[in-house]
Design a protein around this ligand. Structure first.
Ligand code: AMP
Ligand code: ZN
Length: 664
């Protein structure tokens, strides 16, 4: 078998496994085996760029950056839907339809997936482009991002039309959404509000590798095109399934509006058992011939109707308002409710967000309140049942002092939240900061968990994260549930963290608003903690993606003597406070502002090594040649079309040796 065949076979095989896993939900090999095959393909593709295919399974991991999304005019306009809210609304709709068309009418009922609409165009079985709905006439092209979504086939199967559009909803299943939020909370970042906004926000991320990390899915509901050889909506759904798309099985064909009403009632009750959120049902006249007869209003098809579910609401008693203190000292008021069933789960607590929210709704302990679960997963209180307010009820007075340490709270100008300013003495802040420091994405200290941190602080063995490095086995053993072996593991784990690279140490410090990505940016730019500590706000905001809010927070952090002292202690214990020498030696600004395309096979370096060299030296790797390309680094077997294109655009072509000289 020649290499090209081998690559082709691997692509086909991986595509099939992808389909089994994501569409059929029925994998036939382990994740590990899948990864190994993908790796094998990646290596072959790297070595043979002449067989590049933009729709290869390797292209799903993302990595391409989009600065501006192009506007694209849809081939077929994307209409909105008319809404209905009751049985009567639907019956009226049926009456209107029956006046306009002859014969029996059948309906396809589908769930109304709550996400972001997407139009995918396929040509010769390959994904050509993905465009958001926009204003219905034109939308933004987000192909690079959508390619990373596993349920979007890059290559179709079976007997597909030559060119067509298919529409669907990009959604974020609830489980994946909750996982993303767990991580955000662990990073002390504000959790995402609901899956819908998170899904649609994901489509506009500039870094497609970030999109690839999110467990998005695409559920399809309609095909559009000329000569599709399909005569009903339901048939269209079945065909789409055969071509490899994910079309939920809940879609059903109904013979009368009475059956439609049963379908609506069923899903209103059972929707919470679905792995994703829906906000209603969509009913479509099944025959495409009848659809054509019915046509469109200026806004929506006459042949389709959305039935919107009411957000579920219950009323229950608010027993008590308590206050939580976060790692940054932020106070969150919490409503402790009389447990009540809502949307398939028992609700005991709801967030009250902040003091303004409590005041606006005049929420008081003892009140009967209405709790709703709409688009948001976390239930919220939407109103007080004033008729049921107890006689001697008193307005809520927001706390003025920290419930954990008694310090007077402050409310920074322009912020909705109150904060406990007792940075060094407030237990949840002190413990929370150390817990963050040791967490997996920060210093990843093995053998030490969050509860042990709390114990160590409460026993006064440590007061901040720099104290960890002075802990001895002897000090730790007397702690509850601590055997000698685990004490040793703990001390070894702390010792090992001295090797963690600077960018992660910077994240671990727990500077407000300095998350993982910002820490990376700052580490790359300043290269050492000393340079960063000396940076002013004006200086910081010149760094790519660093705004005033982050800059001020960094300056604020290092202006504290206490923090400076902790940093010095970390230094004395040997924690990495600068980019390591060998990494630094390879990093320069020599290619700053240059956009470089790499093509072909090279003698001394792999393509990935070459790309890394470009990035380490400040350049940008770009995948296609345009007038903005600064250099084309050309190896063996580069495609002739690339060379011609570069020559036509007058772009300098460098050999591997010439490129390496450039860096000297
Ligand atoms: P609206 O945004 O309220 O005008 O509703 C129209 C939107 O519902 C469409 O743009 C789709 O994104 C979305 N939708 C979700 N599920 C379906 C479905 N099964 N059929 C048609 N549209 C759907
Ligand atoms: Zn406090």
């Amino acid at each position: 078998m020649n290499t090209q065949q081998k690559i082709q076979n691997l692509r086909d095989e991986l595509r099939q496994h992808n389909y089994n896993y994501y569409i059929l939900d029925n994998p036939t090999i382990s994740d590990y085996e899948f990864d190994m095959k993908l790796k094998e393909l990646q290596i072959l593709e790297d070595a043979h760029p002449e067989f590049f295919d933009a729709n290869s399974p390797t292209q799903r991991v993302g990595g391409a950056i989009t600065k501006n999304f192009n506007t694209v005019v849809h081939d077929f306009r994307m209409y909105s839907l008319d809404n209905s809210y009751s049985k009567e609304d639907l019956q009226d709709w049926e009456t209107r339809i029956k006046k306009l068309v002859d014969g029996e009418v059948q309906y396809t009922c589908e769930l109304k997936y709550d996400g972001a609409s997407m139009n995918l165009t396929y040509e010769n079985g390959k994904l050509l482009r993905a465009v958001t709905r926009g204003d219905g006439v034109q939308g933004d092209e987000v192909t690079t991002n959508v390619k990373t979504i596993n349920t979007v086939p890059l290559q179709l199967k079976g007997d597909y039309p030559e060119r067509f559009d298919i529409r669907g909803e990009i959604i974020l299943p609830i489980e994946g959404f909750l996982k993303m939020n767990e991580e955000r909370i662990a990073n002390d970042e504000e959790p995402y509000r609901n899956p819908r906004n998170t899904a649609s926000g994901s489509l506009k991320l500039q870094d497609s590798a970030e999109v690839a990390k999110r467990p998005l899915e695409c559920l399809l509901y309609s095909i559009k095109g000329n000569n599709l050889n399909v005569s009903t909506q339901f048939e269209g759904l079945q065909k789409a399934r055969e071509w490899g798309f994910k079309v939920p099985k809940e879609a059903k064909l109904m013979n009368s509006i009475e059956d439609v009403l049963d379908y609506v009632a069923y899903w209103d009750e059972h929707r919470h058992g679905l792995p994703y959120e829906i906000d209603g049902v969509v009913i479509k006249v099944n025959s495409l011939y009848q659809q054509e007869e019915l046509g469109y209003t200026s806004k929506a098809p006459r042949w389709a109707m959305a039935y919107k579910f009411k957000a579920e609401q219950v009323s229950t008693r608010l027993n008590e308002i308590t206050y939580q203190v976060g790692r940054t000292g932020a106070i969150t008021p919490v409503a402790n409710l009389e447990p009540v069933q809502l949307a398939g789960t028992t609700v005991k607590r709801a967030s009250l967000h902040n003091a303004d929210q409590i005041e606006k709704l005049d929420i008081r302990e003892g009140d009967e309140v209405f709790v709703e679960k709409g688009g948001e997963i976390i239930p919220k209180i939407i109103a007080v049942d004033l008729k049921k307010r107890p006689k001697h009820s008193q307005p809520t007075i927001y706390i003025t002092h920290c419930p954990e340490c008694g310090t007077e709270l402050i409310r920074p100008e322009g912020e909705a939240k109150h904060y406990c300013p007792n940075y060094n003495g407030c237990p949840p802040q002190v413990i929370g900061r150390i817990q963050h420091y040791i967490s997996r994405k920060a210093m990843d200290i093995e053998g030490l968990g969050g509860e042990t941190v709390a114990l160590l602080v409460n026993e006064e063995l440590i007061a901040n994260y720099s104290d960890l490095y002075e802990l001895s086995v002897g000090q730790v053993i007397p702690l509850e549930r601590m055997a000698e072996k685990s004490a040793e593991n703990l001390v070894n784990g702390i010792e090992a963290s001295k090797q963690i690279p600077f960018e992660r140490v910077l994240f671990a410090l727990g500077i407000r608003y300095v998350g993982e990505t910002v820490a990376k940016k700052l580490a790359k730019h300043y290269k050492s903690i000393d340079a960063l500590m000396n940076a002013s706000v004006l200086d910081l905001v010149t760094v790519d993606e660093i705004g005033e809010r982050i800059a001020e927070s960094v300056v604020d952090f290092f202006s504290s003597d206490q923090n400076k002292n902790i940093v010095e202690r970390l230094r004395s214990f040997g924690v990495q406070l600068e980019i390591s020498a060998d990494k630094l030696a390879n990093q320069t600004d020599k290619l700053n502002g240059l956009s470089i395309v790499v093509s072909g096979v090279f003698e001394t370096l792999s393509r990935n090594e070459l790309k890394k060299l470009i990035e380490d030296n400040g350049g940008k790797v770009s995948s296609s040649i345009s007038s903005k390309t600064s250099y084309l680094v050309a190896g063996d077997k580069m495609g002739p079309s690339k060379r011609t294109k570069a020559e036509n655009l007058n772009i300098t072509i460098l050999s591997e040796q010439e490129f390496l000289k450039l860096l000297k």
